[in-house]
Design a protein around this ligand. Structure first.
Ligand SMILES: [Fe+2]
Ligand SMILES: [Fe+2]
Length: 220
């Protein structure tokens, strides 16, 4: 925790605890949303990948629970039961294409990117607890983005470009929903000594990279 010498240990531990609770709740929600999708997934190959992801997310929840217990984290949820229900209802309401965008571009790819920014500044125990989850997320993102490219390739060119143009606004509405939940992410990041504007910069860079790769004809 040398990098964080300007924050006392107890303040850091409590603040990192809130981020860990949030991350674990999101993994748990991803697990449930993906489990629900198995029933209506377009094909068996996708069902198998979703099933693997459900298993991975359940493993992440277990790893994080074990770590939070050892770290002495207050497990009070960041998201209420009602907010969790809203998250699940949102993903339940989406077409397969929109599900891929919201789940894999926003939650998985950009969420992981944000978590990656915290890792170098985190204490060794927290860093270790995030290792396997973040490795698995790479696989989930790869699956989601490749499926998204397949779905987009089935659309006429103008519709595909139109869809891509609208992705940032889909991401913004998810971000606004999070703000509406009263979760102050910038404050949570600042509390563990992370420069939030830098994280946003990295996340936007990653978003651009994803959008550009989806816009390429060979991705289609
Ligand atoms: Fe996960
Ligand atoms: Fe994941």
């Amino acid at each position: 925790m040398n990098e964080l010498s300007h924050i006392d240990n107890e303040t850091y531990r409590v603040a990192m605890g809130r981020l860990l609770v949030m991350y674990t709740q999101v993994d748990h929600l991803i697990m449930r949303a993906c489990a629900e999708r198995i029933a209506t997934a377009p094909n068996d190959n996708i069902r198998i990948k979703l099933g693997k992801q459900v298993g991975d997310e359940s493993k992440h929840v277990r790893i994080q629970h074990e770590w939070m217990h050892r770290f002495g984290t207050d497990m009070t949820p960041v998201f209420s039961e009602q907010q969790q229900a809203m998250f699940l209802a949102h993903f339940r309401s989406l077409s397969w294409l929109d599900f891929l965008t919201d789940m894999y571009v926003c939650v998985e790819a950009l969420g992981s990117e944000a978590v990656e920014q915290i890792v170098p500044l985190a204490d060794p125990g927290t860093r270790e607890s995030l290792k396997t989850p973040l490795e698995d997320e790479i696989d989930h993102v790869e699956f989601g983005l490749s499926q998204l490219a397949i779905e987009l390739s089935g659309l006429p060119e103008h519709q595909r470009m139109e869809y891509l143009r609208n992705i940032p606004s889909r991401l913004d509405s998810l971000k606004n929903a999070l703000h509406g939940f009263g979760v102050d992410i910038p404050a949570m990041f600042a509390a563990v000594g992370v420069d939030y504007s830098q994280v946003v910069g990295k996340v936007l860079e990653r978003r651009e990279e994803i959008l550009q790769s989806l816009a390429l004809p060979q991705a289609a």
